[in-house]
Design a protein around this ligand. Structure first.
Ligand code: AMO
Length: 447
């Protein structure tokens, strides 16, 4: 029975006649003479109808079964999974999709508790407690279909352009980004750290001669903050390529990937995004605007916002301001902020040949928030060691990484991008909690 089920979305293309559909009960309207059930599955919703039989009719052999079905429908709880066999009938008057399934038989496959723990107006925290129920909402479910389409487009780009997919270890012997945000875990007699980024290992693919690599995988940051854009575990989209002349080549790659991803999402989900999120998705044009950080700070200051002095970087309000400026001036939702100061960039970012105080690096800002960091890397071992030392790092501890650069490595660069942030900003959501399948934060390890 269940293996022959028809997806709700496919009903429209079928001829009137017998069908079997399965899904969960959204609502029941139990009227005296007729019962309506809205049934949902992963593809949509359909109205089921049942002419109610309230009493046994001795003269009608079928009446016992009809009575049982009627009573079962009256007792259906919201959220129960059922399978229905019946007759499909197109009917223009039915608001939901212009069709209806008249219930022949109904099987309750898995009953749900009648009290639903969350409602449409529940807090985000409560919804996250009951994430599996929250995800039944069409809007929430669409986010992860969009994510699938977006990543598929990126992957297609990578495969067509000769990238190699890598899966780097998430257990490490050292930090790869700031030591402050490092999770330590017991590792037999000793200890290990959870990878903050595939940084070192995607770079390793360069002396390994892979040329171009990508990875989509988890990254961990022991960041105690409760902002809308930070998680302790997130999915990082990374790429690294050999033979870059500067960070400009990395930005070109990044742009092409975003265009590929957004084009695919718009083509497949544009109408649903407009309907459920009220957003007309735009495919960005290339090149994205590029503004050196120092200039961006001046622009923001001229708009009347002073970035706190302690913050050499752009702060979140600065990012919103520069995005607003770029939107006004260039009509663009994306902007590359380039040439970050060496003082605020990691030791592995290449410093500018003409001005040591800045790096060949960028952040990509989208609709007011950073989604990505990229750079040309320092590939000259002597310079790399000096840069590490100047950051107070111990070259001994970085020995395995520094060895990559002692046996020949081409000039290279790459970027890392937070997947949930891209989706949050694409869909105008207020937090990455909405665009992460299961969010992890300082006080959230469940479900
Ligand atoms: P960075 O630390 O800037 O750079 O991280 C890259 C991108 O990852 C996302 N991100 C996060 N998302 C959710 N929660 C967090 N706590 C979090 N931290 C970072 C952001 C950010 O822009 N190795 C470099 C990348 C590179 O140079 O290739 C790196 O990790 O979207």
């Amino acid at each position: 029975l269940v293996t022959s089920r028809t997806l709700v979305k496919n009903l429209a293309s079928l001829a009137d006649g017998p069908v079997t559909v399965s899904g969960w009960v959204d609502t029941v309207r139990d009227q005296k003479k007729v019962q309506f059930v809205i049934l949902r599955d992963e593809s949509g919703a359909v109205q089921l109808v049942n002419p109610a039989v309230r009493e046994l009719d001795e003269a009608d052999n079928a009446s016992a079964a009809r009575l049982a079905t009627t009573e079962a429908i009256s007792a259906l709880s919201h959220g129960s999974f059922i399978t229905v066999s019946g007759e499909l009938k197109k009917d223009e008057r039915v608001k939901l999709g212009g069709l209806e399934v008249k219930i022949g038989s109904l099987e309750i496959v898995a009953e749900a508790n009648p009290e639903t723990p969350i409602a449409a107006d529940s807090s985000l925290d409560k919804r996250m407690d009951w994430r599996f129920l929250d995800l039944r909402q069409p809007r929430q479910a669409l986010i992860f279909r969009i994510q699938t389409t977006f990543l598929h487009a990126l992957r297609t780009y990578w495969v067509e352009n000769d990238f190699v997919e890598i899966h780097t270890p998430k257990l490490m012997a050292s930090a790869s980004e700031s030591r402050a945000e490092l999770f330590e875990v017991g590792y037999f007699e000793g200890k290990a750290y959870l990878a903050q980024s595939p940084q070192f290992f995607k770079q390793m693919a360069q002396p390994a001669g892979f040329g171009k690599v990508f990875e989509v995988g988890p990254a961990f940051r022991a960041d105690p903050s409760f902002t809308s854009r930070h998680a302790t575990e997130f999915t990082s989209v990374d790429a690294e390529i050999s033979w870059v002349g500067s960070h400009e080549d990395v930005m070109k790659l990044h742009e092409e990937l975003m265009v590929a991803g957004f084009s695919a999402v718009k083509a497949k989900h544009g109408a649903e995004i407009a309907e459920l999120f009220g957003i007309e998705l735009e495919v960005p044009t290339t090149p994205f605007p590029r503004i050196p950080l120092a200039e961006a700070k001046q622009i923001v200051a001229d708009r009347g916002y002073e970035i706190p002095r302690a913050d050499d970087d752009m702060d979140p309000e600065g990012e919103r301001q520069i995005s607003a400026y770029v939107k006004e001036e260039f009509g663009h939702d994306f902007v590359f902020l380039t040439d970050y100061a060496s003082s605020i960039r990691p030791f592995y970012h290449m410093r500018n040949a003409a001005d040591e105080s800045i790096t060949n690096s960028y952040d990509l800002i989208y609709n007011g928030t950073e989604i990505s960091t990229g750079a040309q890397r320092e590939h000259r071992i002597d310079v790399l060691v000096e840069n590490a030392k100047s950051k107070g790092l111990d070259p001994e501890e970085l020995g395995f990484y520094l060895d990559f650069f002692r046996y020949g490595v081409p000039p290279h660069g790459g970027f890392g991008m937070g997947l949930a942030r891209v989706l949050m900003l694409m869909l105008g959501e207020s937090s990455i909690r909405e665009t992460t399948y299961l969010f992890r934060g300082p006080t959230r390890l469940l479900p």
